[in-house]
Design a protein around this ligand. Structure first.
Ligand SMILES: [Zn+2]
Length: 247
């Protein structure tokens, strides 16, 4: 998922990036959640030329194996990458060259700059303009078998995937959202991913969610069938779906 917002910046810190908007005092910020294996294709199609930061939910292959293609998204400096202690440790161990410039090949540059974040401790993904940069709340969620993932709340929007339970603390952190992108693997129960009935019960429990979009669905989740049977405030997400949330 890509999150964009616009910042008004002073000319001295403005970067000459190709997707900067025509008004010279405005800068479009791009924040990516996870580097999925198909992120290269999707970023190209969306004409994204740079990333300002990346948030990692967890280190499973389907959430990070597009990491090598982020080299094309690097601007003048490494892209800040945020994740839990376990996620960052795993990514640095598995993809050391991405996080290091100590490489024998002189042209090699550090692509990502690792930042460990603490569950439920809010942070700013960029340290430029804190008035205009969204504050992010990392929400710890249970991925089953003692595995934890992070969801992210930004204003009235939350992105949460790959989890099976919502703790009281996580529920409190989600309360009040109006836009929710939530992992929903299939109709049948699963030991590590929420299924359709469970997600619907969470939406009812939270109340007040204007739109819920299902993500991380497997091939049994048919778009048309789901649209017919689900209430209008719950819809399957799809590539290039766009909506506007407030922070
Ligand atoms: Zn996972």
């Amino acid at each position: 998922m890509l999150i964009q917002w616009e910042e008004i910046v002073s000319p001295s810190i403005r970067r000459a990036t190709p997707d900067t908007t025509s008004n010279e005092n405005r800068l479009l910020r791009n924040l990516l959640i996870d580097s999925s294996p198909d992120c290269r294709t999707q970023l190209l199609q969306a004409q994204i030329k740079h990333l300002d930061a990346i948030l990692y939910t967890h280190e499973h292959a389907d959430h990070c194996h597009g990491i090598d293609d982020l080299k094309w998204m690097r601007d003048k400096s490494p892209i800040p990458a945020y994740g839990s202690h376990i996620t960052i440790t795993n990514l640095v161990r598995r993809f050391g060259y991405i996080f290091s410039s100590n490489h024998s090949f002189p042209l090699h540059q550090t692509i990502l700059e690792p930042h460990e974040i603490i569950p439920f401790k809010s942070f700013y993904p960029l340290d430029s303009n804190k008035v205009l940069t969204p504050i992010i709340i990392p929400i710890a969620l249970d991925h089953g078998f003692n595995t934890q993932v992070l969801g992210f709340r930004i204003g009235d929007f939350a992105y949460t995937t790959d989890f099976i339970n919502i703790s009281k603390q996580a529920y409190t952190a989600l309360k009040g959202i109006r836009w929710w992108v939530v992992g929903c693997l299939r109709r049948e129960q699963h030991p590590t991913h929420a299924h359709l009935e469970l997600v619907i019960s969470w939406v009812e429990q939270l109340g007040g969610v204007h739109m819920t979009y299902l993500t991380h669905m497997n091939g049994t989740m048919d778009y048309n069938e789901l649209c017919t049977e689900l209430p209008v405030h719950i819809r399957p997400a799809h590539d290039f779906l766009q909506f506007e949330a407030e922070f």
